[in-house]
Ligand binder design. Structure first.
Ligand code: ATP
Ligand code: MG
Length: 600
């Protein structure tokens, strides 16, 4: 190791917060010559300007395991070509370019070319069927789409007539006899120059459109702007402990905001090497990547961790860390769903590291609350607000949403009090609108706060604890029960791999707690196991909170971003219409599953 290299020291939480200001942090960005900010410029151009063009930006792993290293210079060249193509095709600044691409190099060159050219990017999951693809492209007024021939023929061609605004479909692999009304991307890019100068970009100019996961209803289109990159960059340092020289792997698909903010933007702005895996979830593949690529910082999701836990031997047996050399791994974090304490303990045992929970939303654009990198993890807590973020717990009404009286809200100070999590509006990656829904956007704000729709409590030390989404909270015999607490307790039982908890309407209690349980493979489901888990839960939670009913299932419905869709469990239980299920993870042919994937 270079003798001059000194390991960066993370400031402790209190001093980091005390000295933080977004204005000062702005000096971390390169910035455009005229003072503007462009995400693509921060991710690509600055590294060339600073003489780091030959550093490895990406390590792309194909399905067959073959690996390709891409330097910042090559990323700059290919994204420049794409930026020129957009201009040649007459796509205007601010118009939207959609991607329907797997996790591969061309996705990165398309995203960065679009951002550098000041066009707006909207990523789609490749596992979406034709309906969700059409719906999102219609809503987003897609002008151009970049995809593969196979995906185009299966998912877009059948709905193309509904998309009159879609002027150009660019195929990576058009083949000898391309489908009508498509263009060959390689033919266009090969004729384009490898240099591109990023034009003036206003920090408040739209850059990205992201649809939410649709866990609680129809997905909403959240609009993000270029200055969001400041939050991506800063939060990756504070919450993910990302530093020069790291090898970073974010397992989220870029169809979801995590895959964009932390799979593409943040690590590139830090100039670290990003692992890009085209393959699907499989425990052996994932442990192999962590070991072979010497991943130092790993960002994943509770569903994936739970699947690894399910596949891994339990304590006492050889751990994956002994079968794979995970010694390079320094930091592990998770997002998307509550992280059960069980998963934090498992991380310590199997990976040799605790898992740091981080909380944020499509709307917040970047991590807001986290188990700070320099602090010990508190299992079960989502952590504390990051420097630059002010959070509050707001008093709620019957519906579990903050009470707004005469435009004012009431912030709860009592430790342990439950209420809606709110964030002081104004951080750089805050969404700037819901597409076509201005009043829905307005309704998210009151008294200077953005109201998140999640219920939390805060302890005396200022740590936040997730209770549930306002929509999922169960009111049973006068108690307000968060499904997370019940699911976490169930998961402590050795037979339980995963659990989803809902309130089933009941004439006496209002609702009773019902749990859907996915058992570990070595525990045959049956009435005696059911009784045992029920008794276990009653001991842990008390009779008022423990589930009154347990049903074993072979699978739980997840969104493609890996969240348990409790509203779907409930609709099925009650025989109600399933509502919008466009983001439901469904068994797809190999190669199309999202991050939450299926076990092979
Ligand atoms: P929709 O808004 O369409 O219903 P969604 O809220 O699931 O979908 P996302 O923006 O992808 O869409 O997810 C954000 C939500 O995920 C948060 O509001 C929260 O409920 C949940 N979440 C994210 N991280 C955590 C975490 N660390 N702990 C608990 N919940 C989390
Ligand atoms: Mg949401």
């Amino acid at each position: 190791m270079n003798a001059l290299w000194v390991a960066p020291v993370m400031p402790d939480y209190d001093s980091a917060r005390a000295t933080f200001s977004w204005r000062r942090e702005r000096s971390r960005l390169a910035g455009l010559p005229d003072g503007g900010i462009n995400i693509g410029y921060e991710a690509v151009d600055r590294h060339l300007r600073e003489g780091h063009g030959e550093r490895a930006a990406l390590r792309c792993i194909a399905r067959d395991g073959s690996t390709q290293t891409v330097t910042f210079t090559r990323l700059a060249a290919e994204s420049s070509r794409f930026a020129h193509v957009l201009e040649t095709l007459g796509i205007e600044r601010g118009e939207r370019v959609f991607t329907l691409l797997g996790r591969r190099f061309e996705l990165y060159s398309t995203v960065l070319g679009t951002l550098r050219a000041g066009r707006v990017l909207c990523p789609l999951f490749t596992a979406f069927g034709p309906e969700p693809v059409a719906l999102r492209m219609e809503l987003g007024n897609a002008r151009a789409l970049v995809t593969t021939r196979e995906l185009y023929e299966r998912k877009v061609a059948p709905v193309r007539s509904r998309l009159p605004h879609l002027r150009h479909v660019l195929l990576l692999d058009p083949g000898a006899d391309p489908p009508p009304d498509t263009l060959s991307l390689p033919a266009l890019t090969s004729a384009a120059p490898v240099e591109y100068t990023v034009g003036p970009t206003d920090p408040a100019e739209p850059a990205l459109l992201h649809f939410t996961s649709g866990t609680t209803g129809t997905p909403k289109g959240a609009i993000h702007v270029h200055e969001a990159v400041l939050a991506h960059h800063v939060t990756a340092a504070y919450a993910l402990d990302l530093h020069e020289g790291d090898v970073f792997w974010c397992t989220a698909d870029p169809g979801w905001v995590t895959g964009m903010s932390y799979g593409i933007v943040a690590p590139l702005t830090h100039g670290v090497t990003t692992v890009v895996d085209e393959g699907d979830f499989a425990p052996a593949r994932w442990y192999g990547i962590l070991a072979d690529q010497h991943v130092t910082v790993w960002y994943t999701a509770p569903t994936a961790l739970r699947m690894l836990m399910r596949a891994a031997p339990r304590s006492g047996d050889a751990t994956p860390a002994t079968r794979h050399d995970l010694s390079a791994l320094r930091f592990v974090a998770s997002v998307g769903e509550p992280l059960n304490p069980e998963a934090v303990h498992w991380g310590r045992e199997a990976l040799g590291l605790p898992v740091h929970d981080t909380w944020w939303q499509t709307e917040t654009g970047a991590i807001m609350i986290a188990n700070f990198a320099a602090d010990p993890v508190r299992p079960g807590s989502m952590g504390r607000p990051l420097p630059g973020i002010e959070a509050a717990v707001l008093a709620c009404g019957e519906d579990g949403r903050a009470l707004v009286t005469g435009g004012r809200v009431q912030s709860l100070q009592e430790p342990g009090a439950q209420g809606e999590l709110a964030l002081r509006a104004g951080w750089p990656s805050m969404f700037r609108g819901y597409l076509h829904e201005p009043s829905r956007y307005e309704a998210c704000f009151a008294d200077g706060w953005y109201m998140t729709g999640d219920l939390v409590s805060r302890d005396a030390d200022g740590w936040y604890w997730f209770v549930g989404r306002a929509d999922d909270v169960i009111k049973s015999a006068g108690h307000l029960i968060g499904p997370f607490e019940v699911e976490s307790a169930l998961m402590e039982h050795p037979a339980v791999a995963e659990a989803g908890v809902i309130g089933r309407p009941d004439p006496l209690a209002g609702a009773i707690v019902k749990a859907f349980v996915l058992p570990r493979p070595e525990y045959p489901p049956g009435t005696s196991l059911q009784r045992e888990i029920m008794a276990f839960a009653r001991r842990r939670l008390g009779p008022a909170v423990a589930p009154r009913e347990i049903e074993f299932v072979e699978d739980l419905p997840h969104t493609r971003s890996g969240k348990v869709m409790r509203r779907l469990l409930k609709a099925r239980e009650l025989g109600l219409p399933e509502g919008d299920v466009s983001t439901l993870e469904t068994p797809e042919p190999a190669g199309t599953a999202g991050m939450s994937g299926k076990e092979p």
